[in-house]
Design a protein around this ligand. Structure first.
Ligand code: NAD
Length: 262
């Protein structure tokens, strides 16, 4: 299937590594001009150079913290300034800390909402005028399976990301007449650097092997394994493409079947 992504311009947030980077790389390989960002300039410049070397297409690195509105505005404006248009926005940020409700005070809640909810809202507000000027486009928000099926010990993520889904559904209805399609992708356990770090910490804590630690997740997944960042990115690239022209307001689990709801 031809995705027709050549010549498009995309902003992929929080993308020096992990899911964001895999999405940026897939879009770049498909011919899209991609702006990527992360908090540390050196990391994001290195990632951009590596993606460019793989795809042969230009990648714009921008130092930006998704907790700060001015950085978000600067990220989107930099891509538009460089390439004169915007077709695709992929929202993403780091994850909030894990823990039960009793571990978090008012400040922790505000920080989680700022990181995961407000970053999505602000990225969309910054991008929508440019998507409208282009005559349509795609917004894909990265959330989590935790927004479909709350996960234990992740109350901040469960709640903040469910709010994102309310925002996505409203936006999809409001922007359909502008031909801007808005969807959320909800990863289950995907083997990124972050997941590897979490597994390494659990191995230490429980004196367990990598296989034993992963098994806790794997036994909940009908496909019997964790996903790869590339498998995740393939779905996002399809959603970003003209092939996904009758799909908006959807919450799409990419989780090997882990989400058990209808
Ligand atoms: P990761 O740590 O591998 O990558 C996160 C990327 O975001 C990095 O490039 C990092 O530099 C950047 N980043 C972090 N905080 C940022 C900030 N404030 N501003 C700008 N950039 C920032 O993580 P990942 O596994 O790719 O996860 C990405 C998101 O998806 C997280 O919110 C995570 O909670 C969520 N998620 C991941 C999984 C999974 O299995 N990997 C599952 C469900 C949800």
């Amino acid at each position: 299937m031809e995705l027709n992504l050549t010549g498009k311009v995309a902003c992929v947030a929080a993308s020096s590594r992990g899911l964001g980077r895999a999405v940026a790389e897939r879009l770049s390989i498909e011919g899209t001009r991609v702006a990527i960002c992360a908090r540390h300039g050196e990391d994001v410049r290195k990632a951009a150079a590596e993606i460019e070397a793989t795809s042969g297409n230009p990648v714009l690195p921008v130092e930006a913290d998704m907790r700060r509105k001015e950085d978000i505005d600067h990220f989107i404006a930099s891509a538009v300034q460089k390439w004169g248009r915007l077709d695709i926005l992929v929202t993403n940020a780091g994850g909030p800390p894990s823990g039960p409700y009793s571990a978090f005070d008012d400040q922790a809640w505000l920080e989680a909402i700022n990181l995961n909810f407000m970053s999505t809202v602000r990225l969309c507000y910054a991008a929508i005028p440019h998507l409208r000027a282009t005559g349509g486009g795609r917004i894909i928000t990265m959330t989590s399976i935790s927004a479909l099926q709350p996960l234990n010990n992740l109350i901040l993520s469960n709640a903040a990301r469910a709010g994102v889904h309310g925002f996505v559904k409203s936006l999809a209805n409001e922007l359909a007449s502008d031909r801007i399609l808005v969807n959320a992708v909800c990863p289950g356990p995907i083997l990124t650097d972050r997941m590897k770090d979490l597994f390494a910490a659990a191995m230490k804590q429980h004196h367990a092997s990598m296989e034993e630690v992963q098994q806790v997740w794997v036994e909940q997944i009908p496909l019997g394994r964790l996903g790869s960042p590339e498998e995740f990115a393939n779905v996002v690239a399809f959603l970003a493409s003209e092939r996904a022209s009758y799909l908006t307001g959807a919450f799409i689990p990419i989780d090997g079947g882990m989400h058990k709801g209808l």
